[in-house]
Design a protein around this ligand. Structure first.
Ligand code: PLP
Length: 379
């Protein structure tokens, strides 16, 4: 790769989802049927059954976003005013917004330096008499260390929620995510490993929790005309479910494609002084994105490096640039939240896309240009 080579992508190119005639046909059939909702068609139920079966949970509840799936679980579990929920400080706002919407209090804990997932010891340190739940995030598709977290939650009689919004089809100890925590939550946003445009799913094997989640998703109503609690309109459309049914069948293949793109980046960058993403022996990552760390000495030049990569056409990002507690909306919370690993990772992280729609040769060029740019700094 020449020193000044650029990735020349057509103007306006968007690495969107991979669809083919199957999705087009399924969605066309729904449009032609005029049955667009959860109540007028059986597609949402079919998607739920297929998803529950895929993850090995006894129930799945489809909703209209990943955020809604988390909010549905918190509402159904009765987590509310003044209750504390332990969450990693390194995550997307969609993990934490629903906690705040319940007037509950997010208590930010640190992450593991290798996987960027919730650190069990720090979660344990942050438990108080007000703690009601632990929420772990399977960051960038890598499973959190679910067994010790589940044991910790059980020991303190806490609900254990898994934010698997980036980790469809990932595996922990050979089990697909979605049946280890008390409830797991998924997002089907366009950029996710499988998509319904927008959409989400709760999976659980707790029958009672599932029943209440179904009511919360539909205005709080479980029996026609009888409202025991207030809920929301978080219903998924049958257009989304039609897409989801097809995408779910392709998910394992999509994950292999994401892992292939990750392997291409690893091959390009492996001999540089970087911390590249890996997998714990008990994990199989869905590689939702590829986030690596610059060495500490380059942290102050991270923005310049990212700007250079962008200048040369690399679709690079920073996920995530600061701990969540550093955002103004959390200023009123009682800190300080001592999360040194999160702060260090936020200062050094650089993110490359792994989307299945990125052609292999483009991924190879992304890897090669990234290598060239970084080598200049790492001399
Ligand atoms: C870790 C995490 N949690 C929650 C969400 C929220 O999902 P959605 O955008 O579907 O509401 C996302 C979506 O990006 C996410 O990555």
């Amino acid at each position: 790769m020449g020193k000044d080579s650029r990735l020349m992508l057509p103007e306006g190119l968007h690495f969107g989802p991979l669809f083919d005639q199957e999705e087009v046909q399924m969605v066309s059939q729904v449009i032609k049927s005029g049955r667009l909702t959860q109540f007028s068609s059986d597609l949402v139920r079919k998607f739920e059954e297929a998803f529950a079966d895929y993850v090995g949970a006894s129930a799945a509840i489809a909703v209209n976003s990943g955020t809604a799936s988390l909010h549905t679980v918190l509402t159904a579990a009765g987590i509310g005013s003044g209750d504390e929920v332990i969450v990693p400080a390194f995550t997307f706002i969609g993990t934490v917004g629903p906690i705040m919407q319940q007037q509950a209090i997010p208590v930010f804990a640190d992450i593991e330096p290798e996987t960027f997932c919730l650190a069990v010891e720090d979660a344990a340190r942050k438990i108080t008499l007000r703690t009601k739940a632990i929420m772990a995030v399977d960051m960038f598709g890598h499973p959190a260390d679910l067994d010790p977290l589940r044991e910790l939650a059980a020991e303190h009689d806490l609900l254990f929620i898994e934010d698997a919004c980036q980790a469809h089809g990932a595996r922990y100890k050979d089990m697909r995510l979605g049946n280890v925590a008390d409830a797991a939550c998924f997002s089907f946003y366009e950029s996710k490993n499988m998509t319904t445009g927008e959409g989400g799913m709760v999976t659980t094997s707790d029958r009672q929790l599932a029943e209440i989640c179904r009511a919360v998703r539909h205005q709080g109503e479980d029996t026609w005309g009888i409202i025991k609690r207030l809920g929301y309109n978080y219903r998924m459309t049958s257009l989304q479910a039609a897409l989801g049914l097809v995408q779910l069948r392709k998910l394992d293949g999509f994950n292999e494609m994401r892992r292939h793109r990750a392997a291409i980046y690893t091959e390009a960058l492996s001999d540089l002084d970087l911390q590249l993403p890996g997998e714990k022996p008990n994990a199989w990552s869905a590689f939702h994105v590829y986030s690596f760390l610059l060495p500490k000495r380059l942290a102050s030049q991270r923005d310049e490096i990212v700007a250079q990569l962008k200048e040369r056409g690399v679709p690079v990002g920073i996920a995530y640039p600061r701990p969540l507690y550093a955002s103004p909306v959390f200023e009123h919370l009682k800190g300080p939240f001592h999360c040194p690993v999160t702060e260090d990772v936020c200062a050094r992280v650089v993110t490359l896309p792994t989307r299945q729609s990125i052609p292999v040769d483009v991924a190879e060029t992304i890897g090669a240009i990234t290598r060239d740019v970084l080598r200049e700094y790492l001399r």
